[in-house]
Design a protein around this ligand. Structure first.
Ligand code: HEC
Length: 144
């Protein structure tokens, strides 16, 4: 049987499709409406994630620590303006099951673009090293 050009096009389009790997495995795309406000917009005085303004959100489990149960998720949005209306990048963490990364609190780290493309993902040493200073609050720095 001859392959129709239409089917061939579909197959090719599939190859260039937006793959799920560049989307976060744990951050819901609509987290901004789903998550709760953990800390209102304020200047990132310590330049933790870069120069700008930070707003911090968490899912329900995240509001219940420390310590945090697996499934807890936090997001730190970096904005360019004091009203936190110009999103520049997203930093997210998810508590994985015990054993994921026991030396670093079993947190899964991600840096995402403003349109939620995952740029860095996994057991990220740069993130974990700085957040180690917040070990007494299970490595969540804004909720000491
Ligand atoms: C230089 C230190 C530093 C580095 C590096 C860093 N962070 Fe943070 N992060 C902080 C501090 C401090 C806060 C608390 C907010 C504040 O006080 O500005 C924070 C807050 C957060 C929060 C909100 C939850 C919390 O801990 O309060 C997330 C999520 C987060 N960071 C993710 C990341 C990810 C992902 C990376 C790596 C890509 C990263 N951070 C790298 C210092 C750092």
């Amino acid at each position: 049987m001859r392959t129709s050009p239409f089917l061939l096009m579909l197959a090719l389009a599939g190859c260039f499709e937006d793959t799920s790997s560049i989307k976060s495995a744990f951050l819901p795309p609509d987290y901004q409406t789903q998550f709760l406000l953990a800390r209102a917009c304020q200047a990132d005085t310590g330049n933790a994630h870069g120069q700008g303004y930070q707003i911090i959100r968490a899912n329900n489990l995240g509001m219940q620590g420390p310590p945090y149960a697996p499934g807890s998720v936090f997001v730190s949005e970096l904005h360019g303006d004091p009203g936190c209306t110009s999103l520049q990048s997203i930093y997210a963490i998810a508590k994985e099951e015990p054993g994921y990364d026991p030396g670093n609190g079993d947190w899964h780290w991600q840096r995402l673009s403003s349109i939620q493309r995952v740029l860095d993902d996994g057991k990220l040493a740069t993130c974990a090293t700085c957040h180690a200073a917040c070990a007494p609050s299970d490595r969540v720095c804004s909720r000491r």
